[in-house]
Design a protein around this ligand. Structure first.
Ligand code: IYR
Length: 225
């Protein structure tokens, strides 16, 4: 049997008051996050995108295969191509593929097939999920829970972007095959999310919608309550 070493966990316990403060601060900062479709074209230093990708890549993930590839784009020509292709598939989604049950819940959000944020924002980050991996013996094997892993990673990326004072809008053009083509990604990778990143426009707007309360989203079985 191979030896798989373990090392001590590096862990610092916070005093309870610090825990309360961190938990409250983190929640109130996250509660301020909103998805806006209005991006400024103001540039963002590449270092911030690198840090957000590194933060996303700390996500817990299936069998520690880290089944993600982040493609970060600050390139006018590529952004224009991606926007054109995304708008072409989205025009069909909005005009032909979207049943009433779907369009009625999107209506308050003001989404449509126009994806100006893809060319307005200084950066687009496309998250690819790796569906297969190459084993040490050269054979191809599956990855595990890649969708869940990438979903968690995307959440951590979004949190990092928000907490550094930038904004992102997860966009899901459907179908997404054009991204693999335009960005030259291999067959075992599948595009999952397109995330423009930048500053919000000075006059950015958001829909007047609200989050559910704790008792609407959670159920506790708590002996001590
Ligand atoms: N993929 C489309 C449609 C869309 C779907 C949902 I669910 C949204 O919350 C928002 C948009 C798009 O990206 O516009």
């Amino acid at each position: 049997m191979e030896n798989h070493p373990f090392i001590p966990l590096d862990w610092n316990e916070h005093p309870i008051e610090t825990m309360v403060e961190i938990a409250n601060t983190n929640y109130s900062e996250l509660a301020q996050r909103r998805s806006t479709r209005n991006f400024s074209s103001r540039d963002v230093d590449r270092r911030f995108i690198e840090l957000a990708i590194l933060s996303g890549s700390t996500a817990p993930n299936g069998a520690h295969l880290q089944p993600w590839t982040w493609v970060a784009i600050r390139n006018e020509e590529l952004q224009k191509n991606i926007r054109e292709a995304a708008e072409a598939v989205e025009r069909r989604t909005y005009s032909e593929r979207m049943p009433d049950a779907w369009s009625e819940v999107l209506a308050p959000l003001g989404t449509d097939a126009v994806k100006a944020h893809l060319t307005d924002a200084p950066w687009i980050v496309v998250l690819f999920k790796q569906k297969r991996r190459q084993r040490e013996n050269g054979e191809w094997g599956p990855t595990y829970y890649a969708t869940e892993s990438c979903g968690i990673a995307a959440g951590m990326f979004i949190q990092s972007i928000h907490r550094m004072g930038l904004t992102t809008l997860p966009h899901t053009p459907s179908p997404m095959g054009f991204l693999q083509q335009i960005l030259g990604r291999p067959k075992h990778e599948e595009a999952m999310l397109v995330m423009p990143v930048g500053y919000p426009a000075v006059d950015a707007q958001v829909p007047d919608i609200h989050r559910k309360a704790l008792d609407q989203v959670a159920v506790f079985f708590d002996e001590q309550a």
